[in-house]
Design a protein. Sequence first.
Lengths: 384, 530, 364
Amino acid sequence: MRRIGLILFLPLMLFGCMQSKNIDEYAYVLNVGVERGTTMPYLVTALVSVPGGTEDTKVTNTVITAEARTFSEAYETLNAIYPSRLSFSRASLLAIGEDLAQSGEQDAFLNFAFGKPDLWPNLRVVVAKPPIRDVFEGWISEADPSLRKIKTAVGDLSGVSGMTADTGYSTYLEAIGDKRFDVMLAYAGENEYGLQPDMVGGEAYPYTGGSLLTESALKTSTAGSAVFDGSRMVGILDGRHTMEVLMVTGAFQKGEMHFTLPDGSAMRAALYRMRAPKIRLHNGEASVELHLKADVFDPETVSMEQDALKALIEERLETEFSAVFAALQRANSDAMGFGRFRAEQFRDVKAWEACDWKSEYRALNVTFSVTVMLSHERRGSETE
Amino acid sequence: MRNAIRNLFQFDAPYRQFELKETESEGTPSFFARRKEKRAKVREAQGRIEKNLDANRKWLAARFSAKVNTDLILRPFLLGGTARALAASMNGMADDKQIADFILRPAFAVRVDGVSRTDLPTYFCEHALSMHETELSDSRDAIVQAIAEGRTAILFDGAKQAILCDTRGFVSRPVSEPQNEMTIMGPKEAFTENIRTNVTLLRRILKRPDFVCEFRDSGGTNRTKLVLAYLDGTVNPALLSEVKRRLDAISTDMRLTVGRVEQLIEDYTYLPLPQMLKTERPDRAASAVLDGRIALLVEGCPQAGVLPITIGTLLASGEDMDMRQPVGTIVQAIRMIGALLSTYLPAYFLALALHHPGQLSGEILETVIASRAMVFLPLWMEMIFLLLVFQLVREAGLRVPGSIGHAIGIIGGLLLGQAAVSANIVSTVVLIIVALTGLGNFAIPDYSAQIAAAYYRVLLCIAATFAGLLGITVTGLCATAVMCSAKSFGVPFFAPFSPVTRHAEHLLFRTRLKNRAGASDRWNAKRRRA
Amino acid sequence: MNLRIGAFGKQESAAMVLIAAFFGGCFAADSRLLFENGNASWIIEIISTIQALLLFEATVWALRVRGGNDLSALIGDSHVKRALAVFLMLALLLAAMQPLQRFLLTMTQYVFVESKHVTACLYLLPCLFLLTALGAETLVRTARILLPILLVSIAAALLSGIGQYHLYRIHPIPFAEPANLFTLAGGAQIRAAPPLLALLCIGEGTQDRMAMRSAGRIGAIAGGALAALALFALSMTFTYTQLKDMPAPFYRMLVEVRAENPTLRLDRAVLFLWLGGAVLTSAFYLYAACVLFCKTFRVRDSRPVALCFSGVAATLILVLFYETETTAKILEHLYRDAWMLIGLPFPLILLKPRRRKPKCAASV
């Protein structure tokens, strides 16, 4: 038995060494971006973090680019131009160039086998205004070289404020491969881009509300979201409309909204989800019931009665929901995910696959019903 | 073909050197020589002493090589001024004062007129000898053994029996504090080299009539005294007879210790974990005896062997039950975590650093990489080097006298570590991991188990270097399976967890201390707890 | 005889069956086949467990009626019966191969991307052989030791993904044709029946027929329920269209958990912990096949057979790894039609006529 064990152990010692590298022989890719190339179909940008160096600057961040036809080609090219071996295992963000997203050609590129370049599938996917190199460089701040922490804050903010969509790569793939809903991705870019067109009212909205005025400040942020029809980007929603779509999909937790009162003054309220949205779908008619809680800021400045204020908020929201839905319907994007409820009506996979949901969606009538519970303890100003 | 293979692994022809061969001086033994020798030995073992004192004296002198072995004292005297007698004892082993006061002085004073020569031993024993422990024997073997042990044999001219008096008075170490199993709360006594003292130490704790200390001689020429201590009526009789059978099979000329006896009677030679607990604490051995197990004492060895054992025994400390439940649980949990860290941490780190760097967070990566910036050794070599250095420092610290031993620990830990980091041989992170491993290793109470953990640690490190977490999984699974297949004197090593028994005690959480009577059920003891 | 069956208790054998049932249910199946009919794998798992239990109960009943402690007591000496035993051995061999093949695929696709599958297989072979050669007692005791750790890892994996669960993903549930579900569950017997089949093979070690029945019931029900729960969680994490293309859906589920800046990711550690469970499962099946072989063909030592079987299993896994049209076809047949290896011989063994006892000669 021992002899047999030795015989089995021998080939292990001779040929059994897995390919490995020392931890310090890698450079770690944190962000990957893909946009339309000039000489080749795709331009791939990678934000590379090189740990090590001196005690003061433990990390060096560099942006590298390569033009390629496929992802694996880009992977090899990036490796070839960079002196260290690139590891994608710590990548946490995938940026798709707006130009590429609008053409819908990114899928051919992104259809790589998960795992081959050791890419974690739980990447956050965003649409970025090209050139992506600028977007990535805008994230690099000399004051705080730990890019991971900055990105965590950005991700958290999108979750807290509800102003941007927080979509993972798996959800993106799910939306592309399945027709139950269309994906909505956060829209990232440099702060200097100015106004962006909003698909609901056709108005432009300022890209971000402000920027940090220090020399080493971040120049890139995410605001609003890009809406897709399948794999093609069909429009942009500003933060408020993004929040409204998230309310219907059930992804919204809390956020803030401004409402204009009849006397022309503005009112600010914090909104919270009270329970999951209730959606019913039957014979081309859908009804959406939303239950929200609203805390009004600075209540002493609001002159309206509580009941009137509640009715006003409900009415405004219902109108806005209808407008957002109409815009999405025009763009053929089921970002609100009504297809999820259509799929529930099937008891057979083949029948569901044979169903042309998108044409049904174009004829769908939706009624929104919003119930707002105004908090009895109105919130004071944040500065109080 | 054979020559070709031999040549392949042989660098040069071996040079001619002196080799001591059995047959050189005596020539080739005849075909029946060995059998004849054996028969002669049997005859001698069954031999009785002669009536003639001179013949007995000659025999004793020859048996102990008295010409060169000056330790043997053969003191002839006249019993009552008329009967010739001889006191044989071993210098240093027997107490001279006892021989002079309680054997020789009464011998000169006693009157033996009218006593027949053959009745002299009984008469002397009953009327003159003022010694507590005496024995009449005619066996040559018993007499030789008694003299070797420090007793005094009194032989008489014309009598076929000798008196064996207990005059043992050799120098021995007093009972002192345990050196290796130190506790804060428990008793502070340790076993000594004197088997009698050790038995007394046990008896002082186990004051019950069913506590048996069975004295046995080991096989072989040295006839070392062994003691099997157990509770009669509680211990599993099958276990007891199996242990006795294995002890009977020992026939060696080696000096015996608990560690050697363990190796001679254990089942799994190649299992790194011990199959018998070696403790220097009488309270621990007594607890084991109360739990239905057997304690084995060996003459000249300041430790007791406890058998059978399980993995829980090796991870338990003597004072575990002295602590209250919440404190005991914390201590036990920390010890378990320490044991796991000590075994798996270096290998896990190697696996992550070499094969799965994506599993480490960015901050850890940065710290590790920054610490390795100038280190020229590959990571695996660095780790194995440091683990070896750790074992080296530990062994060096153990083998040198107390105060220097502490100094070596400090030199090894501080100076060597600092110097190695400064010389870019090792990185600080790896140093911290090895230090943590060392601390975890010391949390394992049993020394043999510590060594076993070190063995598994190096094995796992090699496996992790080769194949990362796959290597660790495969090695860990094989090690677990081997330990699951092992048994300590018939008791599965992972009992009471696998197989589960009713008296399962948790490895992580200590249970509440309750009144209990009888032994644990995992040894299949005769008298078990309810 | 050195079959190394040994003696073990109800808890250990139940633990072994539980682990085997869970890993068979969750990690042995080919994703494409498992999810081609929608996200109903959890329902199929429940039905197939019930079917396997019925088969097991029938066998235990037959053992009680005819006398005997293990499956080989039911299989007679005739050549036909030996052929049936060979069928069952093949079934066990295939069942042993399946989880290992899936894990090997996972490892080479996601973990050791730059290494060859042969290298990974080289690590599994000695471990498989050692576990198989050490015998039933060791296997079930190792299973009892590993079970709590595996349960904690499974619970942690299922709980950590709770934020990703959405009920809409389980639709459409194919309830339209319940008969279809039963057929699919029958096809899944190559995964559901082997734990109980292997237990029947080593029944001698459980010391008591009733203990074996009890261990089989507890292990299969708990393992099946756990597997169904895990598959349900999986169905809520991914749609069936995604799952069809995933070689290792459970690993994907693990890495789906979003932790922005985790100090230490544990997905690989959990994956390899599960690999340990899969190797144990495979060794259990291989050992059961060894015992069946030794008892049917009167071989006295199980170790050479263990070496042979683990070698064959490892070689087959390696051969089937080379992606050619033929291997793809073979693999599809293995996953789709292997249930016949259990479905055909079992009724024949159970229907064997009761042997009449020879009449005792009348005492004078």
